[in-house]
Every structure is written in C-alpha cells, then in structure tokens.
Design a protein around this ligand. Structure first.
Ligand code: DAH
Length: 354
C-alpha cells in the first residue's frame, strides 16, 4: 500500500508540474481525486488489507488525499491569478487555455500613454470611443470641410485601397463625424454635452526619420455644448497636460490652419528632451507641436447633424488632435520615433510590465 501511494504521489507531482491552464488541471483532478480516480482506487484496496493495518493505511490514504487536494487548490489559484494579470482592462473573462508559464510581457509605451490619457479624460466626463483604421473619403476629408482637390489633402497623403474611396485613416479627426452623429441626438434631446476622446492608429505616406513615421497614434477629442468657447478648450488642454507630465509644462499657442476648425491653433510644448535648447527630436527649435486644436467649424457640426443655429442658444464645440506617439517620446525621453515600431525588445521591454 505504501508503495502504491508513493507511486501515485510521484505521478501526481510529475503531471502537476506540466499543468499550465485550468482545463488540464481539471483533467488531473479527475484522474486523481474524482470517484473514479486513483485515490478512490486506493480506498478500494483498503478492503483487502488485514484488519490490524486498516487504521494505519486509512490514515495514510486520507493524508495523501488531503495533500493532493491542497496542492491542487494552490496550483489553481496560482493559474487564475496569473491569468487575471493577463486580463486586458475591461474584459470580463479570460482565456482559460492561455499558458501561464511564459515570462511577463510589458505594455508598449504608446499603450501606457493612451491608457493614462483615457483615465484622465474619463475623470473629466469624456467618453472613450474606438474607430476604424479603414475609412472612406467622406469621413476622412469631406465631412471635415476638406473637399476634393482642397490643398489641405496634400498634407495628409495616405494609403489608398483598391476599393473605391477607401483609405487608411490619416488622422483621428476622421472619427469626428461618427461621434457627432452618435451623441448628437442625446445632446439635442436631453442637453447632455458631447464629450468624447478617440485614440487610434493613423497612417501617412511619410519620408521616415527620427521625427516622422508612416504609422503613428493620435488621440482626438471633441466637446460640444451650449456656448463652448476657447477658454474651455484651454482649460481642458492645460489640465490634461499637467496631469500627464506630473508637473507644469511650458506651452504656447500659435494660430494654425485646419479646415475643420475656426479659429485653429497649434499648441506646442517646450521640448522635455533638451529643455528648449534644441535637439533632433524638436528639429532644433526647442518646441514640439503637440496638440493642434480649435473651435469646430460650423460645416463640420452640420455634417454631424448638430443644430448650429437654433435659438435660444448656439451649440459650439472644440476639437483637438493629440499626437500620442509624440507625447510618448516626450514623456519617456525617446529620441527616435522609429523605436516604437521597431519591435526591439531591448527598448520596448523597459516599460512597466503587466
Ligand atoms: N487632424 C489633424 C492632423 O492630424 C490634427 C488636428 C488639428 C485635429 C486641429 C484637431 C484640430 O481636432 O482641431 O493633422
């Protein structure tokens, strides 16, 4: 009997070592601890042993059962907690078949910055929205007051698909129309202001250097309500940037032209890499264009179904397009934009692990 227990114990631990997911753990439990399992088989053997040995062997088997049950529970909670760590924020369940014996990964720096910003904006009452990477000409340009042949399109040459009028979005502003249409009815019916941010991957036909990539991330934001003004825009931008950098950053506003805002601005921050002295990341200017913004053009609001001229009040709004990639460069002191898409683990694994 003692030999049998030892043999089963050895088998159990050998198998337990290889178990990495809840499903195979359950199979192991059935093998050893269910009615038809090895421990029950030992119990049946007990009837065959002489009466004077029954007590001793009974205790041996019970202890063995307890030992296996404890180890089983330990491993189960280990697997579950490791899998919970792998849960993507907001997901309600995890993939039980996911192996857990692999080294912890780390979040991409742009993901970290994006999530941080989402939290900041959510705390200010903004909804976080998602949007497609393939969009049509109407959403990317027409609805944003950039008609066909408008020279502003030249700044945003992107990748066109073979399907008619479809392209990879060149800016997150492409989502503005859909967001206005989604939240506009609520604004009109209940007066709930539209406040939304939408992060996303953007594409442009760029000559790549330390400061330009053909694939990069932006976060667009809009707010539409009664009598929104430039002061509201400045307030939100300042609050957000001081949260992100954890200190006062030096900013400046310059006039800027974008067909979908009027007036439009360029919000620059002083380069945090060189402290304003000038370096390759800021094209030696000491400043980085971080956040173009402005008051949403009435044509854009109209395309989005927002009533712009009904009395007694006027709906107006602001919009901004934050360069998430650029923000990540500033925040983490990354001097070359190409590091982000390089897949180089020496660089990318330096960021907070999950
Ligand atoms: N979509 C513009 C770009 O990528 C950036 C931009 C400018 C967005 C002004 C805005 C804005 O929302 O108001 O070049």
């Amino acid at each position: 009997m003692i030999d049998m227990v030892d043999k089963f114990r050895e088998q159990f631990y050998k198998k337990l070592r290889d178990v990495n997911d809840v499903k195979s753990l359950e199979e192991l439990r059935l093998d050893f601890l269910s009615k038809k399992g090895q421990v029950s088989a030992l119990m049946k053997e007990l009837s065959k042993v002489p009466d004077e040995k029954k007590k001793e062997y009974g205790r041996l088997i019970n202890n063995f059962k307890k030992e296996l049950t404890d180890r089983f529970e330990d491993r189960k909670s280990e697997i579950v907690s490791l899998q919970e760590k792998l849960l993507i924020d907001g997901a309600e369940s995890y993939d039980e078949s996911l192996p857990v014996n692999c080294p912890d990964g780390s979040y991409h720096p742009i993901t970290l910055v994006q999530r941080e910003l989402e939290d900041i904006f959510e705390s200010m009452g903004f909804d976080v929205e998602d949007y497609n990477e393939i969009v049509d000409d109407y959403h990317c340009f027409e609805a944003l007051n950039i008609p066909e042949f408008h020279p502003a399109r030249d700044m945003q040459d992107t990748y066109y698909l073979t399907t008619p009028k479809e392209l990879l979005k060149s800016h997150t502003s492409a989502a503005q129309n859909a967001i206005l249409k989604k939240y506009g009815p609520m604004l009109h019916e209940t007066g709930r202001p539209i406040r939304a941010v939408f992060p996303g991957r953007c594409f442009r036909n760029e000559a790549i250097d330390a400061n330009h990539e053909n694939t990069f991330f932006q976060m667009e934001g809009i707010m539409v309500d009664k009598d929104i003004s430039i002061s509201n825009l400045i307030y939100f931008m300042k609050t957000m940037l001081s949260e992100v950098f954890g200190r006062e950053v030096t900013v400046r506003l310059r006039p800027g032209f974008f067909p979908f805002v009027e007036p439009g601005f360029e919000l620059d921050i002083q380069c945090l890499i060189c402290g304003g002295k000038g370096c390759p990341s800021c094209k030696n200017s000491g400043w980085l264009e971080l956040c173009p913004c402005g008051m949403i053009h009435p044509n854009v609001l109209k395309h989005g179904g927002i009533n712009t001229d009904e009395e007694p009040f006027k709906y107006t709004g602001f919009a901004f397009g934050l360069g998430l990639t650029r923000l990540a460069m500033m925040k983490y002191g990354v001097g070359d934009i190409r590091a982000f898409n390089s897949g180089d683990l020496n660089t990318l694994s330096q960021f907070k692990s999950i």
